[in-house]
Design a protein around this ligand. Structure first.
Ligand SMILES: *Cc1c(COP(=O)(O)O)cnc(C)c1O
Ligand code: SF4
Length: 361
């Protein structure tokens, strides 16, 4: 057994173990963990500074998970957009392929809370073969996103088998892995793992940091080790109440990500997942975060803010109102709130052409 597998085994899985450690009352939390599994690796637990802080909120079950009736277990309609089990084909040229049912930590705000870590998420050799067959039979799929659960919880051998099968499909141009392992169990990023991964380029990794306190020497080294293997590193953050719903916290997160060679890719509005309402912010708050980034810090650190449309409509980008109006004159507003006007040359040329055609007749 590898070191990371032993570390994973010593993770806390019962709320009482956590509450005892922090001297708080464990009322109600056991039933929450029965419904939505809990797992916290010791490394991540040690990042908690105090009860209820941003690390705690992401990891420790909360009674509020049981009393949320805002929406549904599968708001993105993933199950209905799965032509074969565990493969979501929503967009024309790429698929989301769920290859692992387990995560190193079960994030309390997870979009796939309905199934990760539970008995109803069945992933085995047969479902993997079905997914691979689907990709083989659909050559329009040129981008495969491995997700789950967390693909990096698979053994090196199992993961390599999947990567090798995908690479043998000529229509697959790029492979991406979505993983929270660098954040919650960075010890998993072994030399052996990156030596294997680098044989399957072009390979991209999108990881998932939500708070600057998650960027430690250990998680930073894990990301840089992956980057050293030639893997472009991106980050997908979820906007979460009580975690990062503060423009200054978010700005610091984006800056620290760049310093560990991870490029911010997306900030997601929290999905309407049952059991996560206590994490949800308004869209206005998300726009405020974006306003605090553009112009105020490196453009490299400004991700796209997106809402994954309920019902499986896909990701829709949301921008502050930099574009004030658009006609012959385009009226713009910069990051300081100053207004500028820009003459829309293309529109002018197009109109002139129209006039010329009309004159001719
Ligand atoms: C997010 C997502 C993708 C990838 O979208 P990009 O914008 O290309 O990163 C693909 N399929 C599904 C189902 C997704 O949710
Ligand atoms: S690592 Fe990702 S899939 Fe797993 S619980 Fe966290 S958000 Fe959900």
């Amino acid at each position: 057994m590898e070191t990371w597998q032993k570390l994973l085994q010593t993770s806390l899985t019962r709320p009482a173990e956590v509450t005892r450690r922090f001297g708080v009352n464990p009322t109600d939390l056991e039933e929450v963990a029965d419904r939505y599994p809990m797992r916290i690796p010791a490394y991540y637990l040690n990042l908690i500074k105090e009860v209820g802080d941003p690390i705690w909120r992401q990891a420790v079950p909360d009674a509020a998970e049981m009393s949320d009736s805002v929406c549904c277990s599968d708001p993105l309609d993933e199950e209905n957009q799965s032509p074969v089990p565990n493969l979501v084909h929503r967009y024309p040229d790429r698929v989301l392929f769920l290859v692992s049912s387990e995560c190193a930590m079960y994030c309390r705000f997870c979009t796939r809370k309905r199934k990760v870590g539970g008995d109803n998420m069945v992933i085995n050799r047969q479902t993997l073969e079905q997914g691979l067959d689907y990709i083989r039979q659909h050559p329009q799929v040129r981008d495969v996103i491995l997700s789950g659960g967390d693909p990096l919880l698979l053994s090196d051998e199992r993961l390599e088998w999947i990567l090798k099968e995908l690479r043998a499909i000529p229509s697959v141009e790029i492979i991406r892995i979505g993983t929270r392992v660098p954040v919650v169990l960075p010890q998993r990023i072994t030399i052996g793992l990156v030596r294997m991964l680098r044989r399957y380029h072009p390979l991209f990794i999108n990881t998932h940091f939500n708070h600057p306190d998650e960027i430690t020497e250990t998680s930073g080294k894990a990301c840089m080790r992956l980057a050293d293997a030639g893997i472009p590193m991106g980050n997908q953050t979820v906007l979460l109440r009580g975690v990062n719903d503060d423009p200054q916290v978010m700005k610091r997160l984006m800056q620290k990500l760049l310093a560990i060679r991870v490029k911010p890719y997306y900030i997601y509005q929290a999905d309407l997942v049952e059991g996560t309402d206590h994490f949800r912010t308004t869209v206005e708050e998300g726009i405020e975060v974006m306003r605090a980034l553009r112009g105020h810090t490196s453009g490299m650190g400004v991700p796209a803010y997106v809402i994954d449309a309920p019902g499986g409509g896909g990701k829709i980008p949301i921008l502050p109102d930099y574009l004030q109006s658009m006609g012959d004159e385009v009226v713009l507003k910069n990051y300081r709130g100053q207004t500028f006007s820009y003459t829309n040359a293309e529109v002018k040329i197009e109109e002139n052409r129209q006039t010329a055609v009309n004159d001719h007749h």
